[in-house]
Each structure stands twice: as C-alpha cells, then as structure tokens.
Ligand binder design. Structure first.
Ligand code: CP
Ligand code: NVA
Length: 308
C-alpha cells in the first residue's frame, strides 16, 4: 500500500490489516500505551475545504504517533494562487514524509501521488472520503461484532461518503443498499467497481430510488448532508428534491430492531435526519467521529512506518 486514496485500490488483506491495527491502536491509546512509530516524521496536511473532524483527528493522531502534523490552508499556499500540483508535489516531497489532502477535484489527489514521492492520504474529495468509511466500518464492527453478512443502508445523496462506503462494504463483504433521488445516484463507475469487489467477497450491492426498500432489514442506517461542500448554491433546490429521503422514525423503523444509525457529521437536524434519530439511543455518531482518529492512525502507521 503506497497511498490511501481509494478503498477500491487496497486489497482485502490490507483492508483487514488496517481495521485490526485501528482497533489495536484504540485499545492501546485508551490504556495509555504510547505508540511513537512516526517519531521525527512530518505530515503535511493541505486543506482546500473546511474541516473539524479531519483536521483535529489527523493532528492529534500524528502527535500521538510521535510525529509532527503541519496544517496547510490551501488559501495560504502558493497552490491557492495557481502553483501547479506538479511543483507542489515535488517541493513538498523534499520536506515532509507524507501528505494528507482535502480538496475538490479527485484528480488533484491522484496527481499529487503521481508526481510526489511520499505517501498521499485522501482526506476527502468531491468523489471519495475513504478515511470516513474506514472509521464507519470500524464503528459498525465495534457495535455488531462483525462486518461480513451485515446490511448497511445509505439514504440521501449519492456523494463522496456514499461512494467510499460502497467500496468499504464491498471489501468487507457487507451488503449495501443505496437509495437516492433520481439524478443524484452514485457515480456509475464507482458502483461498477464496488459490484466487482462485492462479487469477490460475496456481498450484494443494491442501487435504488426507494428509501424503504434500502432500509428494509438493515443493520446499519446511514445518511449524509444533502448539501456537500461546494454545492451551497444548490441548497434550496436540493432541500426540495431530497425531502422524501429523510431518516426519521418511520423510515428507521423499517430497519432491524437493533439497527444502529451512523452519520459522518456535520449533520443538519431536520433535513437529512430528525433529531429523534440522530440523538436517539441507536445513534453511534460520536463513536464514529472518535474512530476517525484511530482509523487514520492505522493508515499513517501503515503508510509512513510500514506497520502491519
Ligand atoms: N466527517 C468529516 O470529514 O468531518 P469534517 O468535515 O469536520 O472533517
Ligand atoms: N459529503 C460531505 C461530507 C462532509 C464531511 C461533503 O463533502 O461536504
């Protein structure tokens, strides 16, 4: 594993290693056991978009691994004034030991990895959010004791979060049903790739416009904002289009009785999910947020220290 850009690119074995390492690191951290495998190393963290969880969890995670996290706002970098990804990748590779980037165009992340010589971690693009999906499935595992054979239902926008969950569920052998309004469905190529991976693990991927069909019998119900970063101008229109895709008590009631609710956050209560559900007893959103830290520490330790 040279980079962590898409869960589709990693093997099933690497996926499992990451999951195991994340669980181990979490246990160790809770027990006060230090794990300074990145001592003397620096992670450059480029942000073109806002962030609470990603920034904090990467900074804390890097610190806990003994390394140095360097926050770089794209606005304050020459990148924001038009310096190329090619030059940025080459220059940064001379200074830092790894780069985490959150940005709009997925191609920019691929180019950073192509032109640079250090590992690149995708901290969210318009297309994918792989660190989130690792934390999500880690959370599911903790609450359900397994992944294989479970069903995750995603209701809402066919966005970056949905895409990475498709890849993660397919690798983990979990069934996943995605319900979106027509015209907001997942990227076709990603669905095709996920179905290919699902074939190998024996899981089932269903794409539908019917939220009830998706949630029926689910072990995990997930949604995300209807208005992702960069789509602010479409907000009013999207709220109208997505109104029947809200995760509320009625829809959640179609899932298994012991189903859990996950949401990557930030959440907009009253839109994609009601307060009753997101703040209710089946919601595990703060475990999920915490697991960003542990999952990303595993990613960094594997990529930057060769840990398995
Ligand atoms: N879930 C997530 O990535 O949150 P932030 O945008 O706050 O980083
Ligand atoms: N889909 C959301 C996720 C935020 C963490 C976005 O891209 O804005």
């Amino acid at each position: 594993m040279k980079h962590f850009i898409s869960i589709h690119d990693i093997t099933g074995e690497e996926f499992q290693q990451l999951m195991d390492l994340a669980l181990k690191l979490k246990k160790e951290t809770k027990a006060g056991i230090a794990h300074p495998v990145l001592k003397g190393k620096t992670l450059g963290m480029i942000f073109t978009k806002s962030s609470t969880r990603t920034r904090i969890s990467f900074e804390v995670g890097m610190y806990q691994l003994g390394g140095h996290p360097m926050f770089l706002s794209a606005n304050d970098m020459q990148l924001g004034r038009g310096e190329s990804i090619y030059d940025t990748a080459n220059v940064m590779s001379r200074f830092v030991d790894g780069i985490m980037i959150r940005t709009y165009a997925h191609q920019d992340v691929l180019d950073l990895a192509k032109y640079g010589t250090v590992p690149v971690i995708n901290g969210l693009t318009d297309l994918l959010h792989p660190c989130q999906a690792m934390a999500d499935l880690m959370t599911v595992y903790e609450h359900k004791g397994a992944l294989k054979g479970l069903k995750l239902a995603y209701v809402g926008d066919g966005n970056n979060v949905a895409h990475s969950l498709l890849y993660a569920c397919a690798k983990a052998g979990m069934d996943m049903s995605v319900a979106t309004p027509a015209g907001y469905t997942c990227n076709e190529e990603i669905v095709a790739n996920a179905k290919m991976d699902a074939k190998a693990t024996g899981s089932n991927i269903v794409i539908t416009n019917d939220p009830v069909e998706a949630v029926q019998g689910a072990d995990v119900v997930c949604t995300d904002t209807w208005v992702s970063m960069g789509q602010e101008a479409e907000k009013a229109e999207r709220i109208k289009i997505f109104k029947d895709y809200q995760v509320n008590a009625q829809l959640f009631g179609k899932a298994k009785e012991d189903a859990i609710f996950i949401h990557c956050l930030p959440a907009y209560r009253g839109y994609e999910v009601t307060e009753e559900i997101i703040d209710g007893p089946r919601s595990v959103i703060f475990d999920e947020a915490e697991n960003r830290l542990h999952a990303q520490k595993a990613v960094m330790a594997m990529l930057m220290a060769g840990e398995k």
